[in-house]
Write a protein that binds this ligand. Structure first.
Ligand code: ATP
Ligand code: MG
Length: 388
């Protein structure tokens, strides 16, 4: 059970059941406490040590969890706890020194207790669509067709042990594509090598970079955002790998065999970047699969976003816990109301209008079939991202 706060009416402690897979939506207007609340869930879950925790962090704000929350120590004490920094590992696509802009920044973060690890993707884990998206190519046009063919050839020839240089080789061998097409593609692939994001000599199990004894944070803030940016690419490759590996582990567990990979709780802040409504995104397909089919293999998802209406409805409709901070637009209230089940018809809207300050939220939990007003408890570790 995750202790998230106190019921504002009855003063009782409020818990979320985490003994089974959950899909949680955290929403609320700008500055209403979404990221903070997500951090509370992470802290609580970390106590249980029962799952791999992975935070997808597009703003680069969660690494401060390595520090104690001394700024709010009075509040923390009032709740009977002490400020405390937690073990944090920050995964960075590429070289941290290069990504963050200098050794001093990285050294200072390490001094604050952050451990870094480079996250490198296996080129063989990137689908043809993944390459097309990264290079903004249409899969039905010459360059898209040529890279798709080259990747499929590589898969047939090398299995999972191929790298960008092998893809380039296949493109050079392509007898159908024009020289202009080939040159343009090879240029892009050579550029991708300079991103410093791909393995180039040996296949590495991506999930093994995640440590069940720390809070794993994938910092995407240093990669460009946007529909065709590299953020959805990284998320899709990582989550697909986790999904497949965890499904295998589950099969082993059912057969009484030893499975090395624990369950996974995936936290995505600013989730509309990865599962936008009404637009395609490379990461969307795998995340929809994650919420729809992930329960059985033990995959949970927590998404936070300012606008529920900006999140894909297939994901929203799977959420069985809603934590809503203050909402302002009618559109978002409608989007949220659409998700609500009979047992709380009407209640949600009334409660949301009652939210008076930061840190208060309405909790709708399908597990208990309850709707309540909650004061979210203070964080033990330092929350990041506050404005100054
Ligand atoms: N439960 C809480 N107790 C104490 N302080 C809180 C609580 N929730 C949020 N805050 C404070 O309110 C501020 C805004 O919180 P936060 O950054 O989590 O909001 P947000 O909804 O994620 O904002 P954004 O939309 O900009 O991402 C922060 O300074 C945070 O420390
Ligand atoms: Mg936030």
């Amino acid at each position: 059970m995750l202790h998230i706060g106190r019921n504002l009416d009855s003063e009782e402690d409020v818990y979320i059941n985490a003994n089974k897979s959950r899909a949680v939506l955290i929403c609320g207007k700008r500055g209403s406490g979404k990221s903070y609340t997500m951090g509370v869930l992470v802290e609580e879950l970390f106590k249980t040590r029962k799952a791999i925790i992975l935070i997808i962090d597009p703003m680069g704000i969660y690494h401060t969890m390595s520090l104690p929350n001394v700024e709010q120590e009075r509040q923390v004490w009032e709740w009977g706890a002490n400020p405390e920094g937690l073990p944090v590992k920050v995964l960075v696509p590429g070289d941290p020194v290069h990504r963050y802009g200098g050794e001093r920044i990285v050294a200072e973060m390490e001094r604050r207790g952050v451990r870094f690890e480079q996250l490198k993707l296996n080129p063989s884990d990137v689908s043809p669509e993944g390459w097309c998206d990264s290079f903004q190519l249409n899969i039905n046009e010459p360059m898209g067709i040529a890279i798709t063919k080259a990747v499929i050839k590589c898969q047939q020839k090398y299995g999972r042990d191929f790298f960008i240089s092998q893809i380039i080789e296949r493109i050079e061998f392509d007898t159908r594509a024009s020289d202009t097409t080939k040159d343009a593609l090879i240029n892009r692939l050579e550029m991708a090598m300079t991103w410093d994001m791909f393995e180039n000599s040996a296949y590495r199990e991506v999930w093994e970079t995640l440590d069940p004894n720390t809070i794993n944070i994938l910092d995407l803030s240093t990669l460009d955002s946007g529909r065709y940016g590299r953020r959805p690419l990284v998320v899709s490759v990582l989550c697909r790998d986790l999904f497949v590996k965890r499904s295998i582990a589950r099969r082993k567990e059912e057969l009484g065999l030893e499975a090395e990979m624990p369950k996974v709780w995936l936290f995505i802040d600013e989730a509309h970047q990865f599962i936008p409504s009404g637009k395609s995104s490379l990461s969307k397909e795998v995340l929809i699969q994650w919420v729809k089919e992930g329960r059985q293999p033990g995959l949970s998802l927590v998404v936070a976003s300012q606008q529920p209406s900006a999140i894909d409805v297939e994901v929203l409709s799977q959420c069985d816990v809603i934590l809503s901070h203050a909402l302002t637009t009618a559109e978002d209230k409608v989007a949220l109301n659409r998700l609500t089940k009979d047992y709380m018809a009407g209640e949600l809207k009334t409660y949301i209008n009652k939210i008076a300050r930061t840190g208060q939220a309405v909790l709708v939990d399908d597990d208990t079939e309850n709707t309540s007003m909650v004061q979210i408890k203070p964080r033990k570790s330092k929350p990041g991202g506050s404005e100054f």
